[in-house]
Structure formats: C-alpha cells, structure tokens
Design a protein around this ligand. Sequence first.
Ligand code: FES
Length: 87
Amino acid sequence: MKIVHAGEISVGVYNLNGELFAIEDRCSHDNGPLAEGDFDPEEGYAVCPRHGARIDIRTGKALSLPAVFPVETFPVVVEDGIVKVEL
Ligand code: FES
C-alpha cells in the first residue's frame, strides 16, 4: 500500500494479490486518515486507525461501524510500468 497526494486529495493505492485498487485516504465516518491504518490483504479491507471501521478497498463500501457510507474509489491503470490513478 502506498499513499499518494494530488493537490488536496490523498489516495491509498493497494496491491491486492497483484491487482491495484485506489480509495480516498479519508474515512467516511469522521474523516480519519484511512490509508494510514491496517490493511488485511486476505479479506481486502482497510481498517481506519481512528475508530476501527473496515472499508472494502475494491468497492469503497463500509463493512463495519462506525462508518456507514462508502468512500470514493478511483480507477488504476499501469502504463509502461507506471501506476496511474484517475482522479
Ligand atoms: S474516522 Fe474512521 S472510523 Fe471514525
């Protein structure tokens, strides 16, 4: 996982068994720094470091309270070995 910044937007880019996914680095519960928390590569979710909500990195869907809303996801492509996130 790597956090990248583009202007005021921060995005967590995750490698899930060789497939790349990008989600906003902002928890939908209370704006916690989502990508700074743990990542479960077996189940494919990020754990918000602030209050522990689990977010599916593939869909952005909130899997557990206290988050109930999804976070934004972004398409990821690899071109000539460069990872690009479409914002
Ligand atoms: S800010 Fe993420 S669970 Fe509360």
